[in-house]
Structure formats: structure tokens, C-alpha cells
Ligand binder design. Structure first.
Ligand SMILES: [Zn+2]
Length: 662
């Protein structure tokens, strides 16, 4: 049988920050589950990823940190590469878009389009910083929004009111680079005519959906873009960080990051081919019509993978051979939130992957995330749920079943696979279930239903525990040793099946189970068969899952930043009752009132009410101080209204002057 050829890519994260759990749930964990399943299913599969190291997001992060863009990408590329490794992402290569090979690939695509006259050029007015000698991308200019007056608006867009406008309309523009006022200068850019491909793209999405059943959320996004109508998109920018536009008259211009980022997948596969010493290997995946190409992404990338990238590949394929393979399906996930709110670095809300893996095992995270993937709608990560899944499912169901089986075998069967004797109805039932399981779970993983595949697998572990209970081997060992032997044999077959079927989701645990079984995985389709031979020597079991204590989880929850709206801006300083007693609040009579120059509040007090002759409360033992140039020995207590007006606290007129408040 010919092996199924599959190319899998996972969105390239920006190397301007650390990845968090939301990234994992969006694109990476589903991709890794899919790939690990297909490797065991003996597909010919290649899995590439890498860092997206271009774009304004990188230069802004560098400016903020006061370092070079290269420093930023080196740091975060390495951080994220390490995080992915610790998490168990089984990339064949984790590349980066700053490598020369990627610059070459991007330039090759640009030049191909340029030479064939596909690209349009357009001139527009853009802000230019004379002092810094550079054009300013939108995020580098701040000014006042011409629509709502927001003073932190960008050159052509206001985040406050959502308006888009021409840079010439922005009021009081300031360059964030030099702090000077930028001027508007004409600049020319190259545009990709996305609109020309609209009809073909619609047809492409329709055909692929009919054949491969695209996800509803993805189809909805595509529909939205098609309804709005695709238009020309600039593919170059005035910036000094990125892939330089390979034309003589394009000094100071680079390719717009969205254009080069998607090509990063091709470059990464080329880099892998070079590393494997087979430089043309990448063509066998990218340029073979039999390849199933599956890009895994989060919903924010749908437009680039369902519309922009296919259009670029169509444009290439129109005039050149061999042709590139377009995505078969784009199984984009929605977003994962954290404890009910969006992940936010600025608000310190959420947890990044490296910090998480300092505290808990990768499989604990993979399991909890896989059960909670935002496959069709946004989902939430909660610490309590994470703990419950780990303790109640991994430890109490899977861990318990393996532990009780192994302990029993080492106690009564000398640590060897016991023989299988006559099968009861119950025995046959479980063995039949085992046979059907690999196909059932595999079909779910192949259709991107990772949550369902995992739930089914956990159901098998539940059924196994029930089988152990119902078979009562602890009784049978005294009354019917053959029946007991058969039960334990079947339990071992089941553990083997579980070890294999769980391996796409919890690979580290799966490896430990195979070590205990002293066995190796088989082809996926055979995972439900008779894999543990009678007499085979097993290894001593180890505890697979140590429970996560409440205190650990409570500490993490208590450590979360408190919601700004629930918390007073400044905590009032607490004083003791003795402190309070020191303040002599006494009744006094206003004998004379006089306006104080320069003091708005005292002036307002004077004009807002006639207080002469009124009895009021005042603090009678303030240390003498100069206020507004006058000696002050007391302070009248007054209430301030919302509009800033002061009203003295009036005391009933029958109270004697000098009475003390307490
Ligand atoms: Zn505005």
C-alpha cells in the first residue's frame, strides 16, 4: 500500500514575546496530535514550524527594550523553541524567517510576480521622520484622532473609535522614533491584486469544503471576506527590518510581513531538506499533487491561509511548473481564554508556557488543553478544571488502572504476562472493543476532532477499570487462577492499546507506559490486537501521576492580578484607634469668612454658601502651617461634591462651641 503523503505546518509565532497557553490550544497542540497519530499510522509526514521574525511588531519590541531587532528575535526564537520542545511538539524542524534561505524564497516569489506583471504599484502620502531619515509605519506615529479626539491615535487608524482615515487628517502627529513632527511624503508600494483571484478563491474554498468538510467557523470567516470583496493589498513597506525588496528602485523598502511569513513554511521545509542532506526533498511535499497539505492556525490567521496564501500559490502556479499544492483543509481553532478573560501580557493575565512547565508536567498541560480545545468556539482555561482533570481522570482512572494491574501481576504472576485461558463473555466484550478502537479514535484525529478522540480514549480507560472491578481478580486468584490469569492478560493488552492511543496527546506518559510494558508501539491499526505475548517480562511499575494538591492550585489562583475595577486605586492607609483619638474634631462657629486669593476651593467655599455664623466641625489641633501664604491653625471639615464644590458639615445650632466629636 502506498503511504499517505502529508505536509503539516503550524502558524509561525512572532518572535517578540513568549508563547502562552492560548497559542498552544489554537494551533500547536492540535497539529502535534494530528502528526503523532499519522506517524503511527505510517503516513509519510513532514511537520514544520518556526519563528516569524519580521514586521513592525519586532522593531517596536526592540525599541521598547532598547535593544536591536536581532536581539529580540534571538531571545524569543530560543525561548519559544525551548518551550515547544519541553511541551513535546514533535516538529521535524523549527526554523526562522531571518535565515538567508527564507529571504531567497521570499524574493523568488516577489520577483516571479513582478516579472510576470502581476503586481500593481501605487503612490500614497506617508509620514516621514526627517530627523531619523525614515518613513514611519502606522504604529510609529501618534496623534489626535480627527474623529473622536483620542490623543493616542495611529497615523491612519484610531483604536478608540475604530475610524480609518488618511494620514493627512491626523492632528498633531508626533514621530515615536525622534519625538519630532513628521512630514507627509510620497512613497510608492507594490500591491498584490487579491481581488483578481476572488472568484477562483471562492471556488477553491467551495470545492475543498465539499471534498474535505471544512470547519464552519473557518467557512464563515471566508464568507465574510468574500462578501466585503477582496482588494489590492500592499506587499511592501518602508522599513529597514525584513526581506529587502529585490529591485534597484526600492531602497529602504522591505516585503510586508504577511507576504513573507506564509512563505516561511516553504523555507522551513527547504532548510529541513538541507539538514537531511537531500536538498530537493521539500519538492516531494510542496510540489506533488498527491500531498495532503494541512496548515494548523488560530482564527486570527484564517484570511492568510484560506485566501492570501492560496492566491499567491495560484499566481505562481499560473505561470510556472512544478506547481505548489494548496491547503486541503485549514482546521483553524478559535481562542482560548484564561480564567474568564483574554490572555494579556500588559495586564499580566495568563501564564506563558515556560513558566507553566516549571510547575507542572507537559502531559498534564497537553491533556487539560486537549480536552478543552477551542475547536468550534472560544474556550477557557481554569486552574481548578486543570487540577480536576489531572487528579480525577489521569491519576484516578488511567493511572489507577495501570497501577493496580501491574501491582497485581508482580504480586501473583512474577512480573510476566500471564497466559490467556478460556474467554468469558466479559473477556470477549473488552477484546472486541479493543479491536475497534484504533480505527475509531484515528478517524476522529484525522478529522481534527481532537477533543472527541481523547474523550473516546479516556472512555476506554474507564471501561478497563470497570472490567477489572467486575472480574474481581483478587477473589479469582484464590478460587480460579486460570480465570484470574486471563483477566490480567486482557488488562495488559488493554494497557498496551491505551499507551498507543494516548500517545498523540500524552506522549511522555505513553513512553513511560511502554517502558513498564517493556514494549514498543506498533502500527496504529494493530494497536488493538494481541500485542503482549504470554511469558513476556515486564518492568516494575512507577507512579505515573502524582496528584496536584489544593494548596498549589489555590496559591496560583490567589496570585492572579485582581481586577482593576474591583480594587480601589490606592489602598487607604489604616490608622489605630489611638491615631484617631489624637485628632481633635470640635464644634466651632464661623465668626468671619474671607476669600483667600489663589485658592479655588476656599474661594468656592466662600461663594457657594453663606457660612458666617454657622456652627461647623473643624480639626482643632493641626500643627500650624502656612497655607496660601496665611497661617493656618485649624481646618474646617467639608464634603466635596462630584463637581468639586465644597459644603461644610453643619452642626445643629444648639451644640456648644468646643464640643468634641468622637
Ligand atoms: Zn478616534
Amino acid at each position: 500500500m502506498k503511504k499517505e503523503k502529508i505536509l503539516v505546518t503550524a502558524a509561525l509565532p512572532y518572535a517578540n514575546g513568549r508563547i502562552h497557553l492560548g497559542h498552544l490550544a489554537g494551533a500547536y497542540l492540535p497539529a502535534d496530535i494530528f502528526v503523532r497519530y499519522h506517524r503511527l499510522n505510517e503516513s509519510d509526514i513532514v511537520f514544520v514550524g518556526g519563528s516569524d521574525e519580521h514586521g513592525v511588531a519586532i522593531t517596536i519590541a526592540a525599541d521598547k527594550a532598547g535593544v536591536t531587532p536581532q536581539d529580540i528575535i534571538d531571545k524569543y526564537h530560543n525561548d519559544n523553541k525551548t518551550a515547544f520542545e519541553k511541551f513535546g511538539m514533535s516538529f521535524d524542524i523549527y526554523s526562522r524567517t531571518s535565515i538567508p534561505l527564507h529571504h531567497e524564497t521570499s524574493k523568488e516569489f516577489f520577483l516571479e510576480f513582478y516579472k510576470r506583471g502581476i503586481l500593481n504599484t501605487k503612490s500614497s502620502m506617508q509620514f516621514y521622520d526627517d530627523k531619523a531619515g525614515m518613513f514611519l509605519p502606522d504604529r510609529y506615529v501618534e496623534g489626535t484622532c480627527p474623529r473622536c479626539g483620542n490623543e493616542a491615535a495611529r497615523s491612519d487608524e484610531c483604536e478608540n473609535c475604530g475610524s480609518l482615515y488618511e494620514p493627512s487628517e491626523l492632528k498633531n502627529p508626533i514621530s515615536k522614533v525622534s519625538g519630532t513632527t513628521p512630514v507627509l511624503k510620497e512613497t510608492t508600494h507594490w500591491f498584490f491584486p487579491l481581488g483578481d483571484y476572488q472568484d477562483r478563491l471562492k471556488e477553491y474554498v467551495k470545492t475543498q469544503d465539499e471534498k474535505y468538510h471544512w470547519k464552519d467557523n473557518v467557512l464563515q470567516y471566508c464568507k465574510g471576506w468574500f462578501n466585503d470583496g477582496l482588494t489590492d493589498r500592499a506587499i511592501t513597506r518602508d522599513l529597514d527590518w525584513g526581506v529587502p525588496v529585490p529591485l534597484d528602485d526600492a531602497k529602504g523598502k522591505v516585503l510586508y510581513v504577511w507576504f513573507d511569513a506564509v512563505l516561511g513554511y516553504i523555507s522551513a521545509t527547504k532548510e529541513l531538506s538541507e539538514k537531511l542532506g537531500d536538498p530537493d526533498l521539500w519538492k516531494k511535499y510542496w510540489q506533488d499533487t498527491n500531498t495532503r497539505y494541512i496548515p494548523f492556525i488560530g482564527k486570527d490567521n484564517v484570511v492568510f491561509h484560506c485566501i492570501v496564501f492560496p492566491a499567491m500559490l495560484m499566481a505562481w502556479n499560473d505561470g510556472k511548473k512544478p506547481q505548489y499544492t494548496l491547503p486541503e483543509n485549514v482546521p483553524a481553532n478559535e481562542f482560548l481564554n484564561f480564567e474568564g478573560k483574554k490572555f494579556s501580557k500588559s495586564r499580566n493575565w495568563g501564564i506563558d508556557v515556560l513558566d507553566f512547565l516549571d510547575k507542572f508536567s507537559p502531559d498534564s498541560l497537553r491533556y487539560a488543553l486537549a480536552f478543552n480545545l477551542p475547536e468550534l468556539r472560544d474556550a477557557d482555561f481554569y486552574w481548578k478544571e486543570f487540577q480536576a482533570r489531572y487528579n480525577n481522570e489521569l491519576a484516578d482512572i488511567l493511572g489507577n488502572f495501570i497501577n493496580r494491574t501491574m501491582t497485581f501481576i508482580f504480586k501473583h504472576f512474577d512480573g510476566k504476562v500471564p497466559p490467556l485461558y478460556e474467554l468469558s463473555e466479559r473477556d470477549n466484550e473488552l477484546l472486541n472493543v479493543l479491536e475497534t478502537y484504533p480505527e475509531k479514535v484515528g478517524a476522529l484525529y484525522n478529522r481534527y476532532k481532537m477533543k472527541d478522540g481523547l474523550a473516546e480514549t479516556m472512555n476506554l480507560a474507564r471501561a478497563a477499570n470497570k472490567y477489572f472491578n467486575d472480574s474481581e481478580p483478587w477473589k479469582a486468584v484464590k478460587t480460579d487462577k486460570e480465570q484470574c490469569s486471563t483477566t490480567l492478560n486482557i488488562c495488559l493488552q488493554t494497557i498496551f492499546t491505551l499507551a498507543e492511543l494516548f500517545s498523540p496527546v500524552i506522549p511522555f506518559t505513553s513512553e513511560k507506559i511502554f517502558t513498564i510494558l517493556n514494549a514498543k508501539p506498533v502500527a496504529w491499526k494493530n494497536a488493538g490486537k494481541y500485542n503482549m505475548q504470554e511469558g513476556h517480562v515486564l518492568n516494575q511499575p512507577e507512579i505515573l501521576f502524582r496528584k496536584i494538591e489544593d494548596e498549589v492550585i489555590d496559591a496560583l489562583i490567589n496570585g492572579l492580578p485582581k481586577d482593576e475595577t474591583e480594587q480601589p486605586k490606592t489602598e487607604p492607609e489604616l490608622i489605630t484607634i489611638d491615631d484617631f483619638k489624637k485628632v481633635a474634631i470640635v464644634v466651632g462657629e464661623i465668626v468671619e469668612a474671607e476669600a483667600v486669593q489663589k485658592s479655588d476651593k476656599l474661594l468656592k467655599l466662600q461663594v457657594s454658601e453663606d457660612i458666617k455664623g454657622k456652627k461647623v466641625l473643624f480639626v482643632g489641633n493641626l500643627k500650624p502651617a502656612k497655607l496660601m501664604g496665611l497661617d493656618s491653625e485649624g481646618m474646617v471639615l467639608a464634603l466635596e461634591s462630584a463637581d468639586g464644590k465644597l459644603k461644610v458639615i453643619e452642626v445643629p445650632s444648639d451644640m456648644k462651641t468646643g464640643s468634641k466629636a468622637r
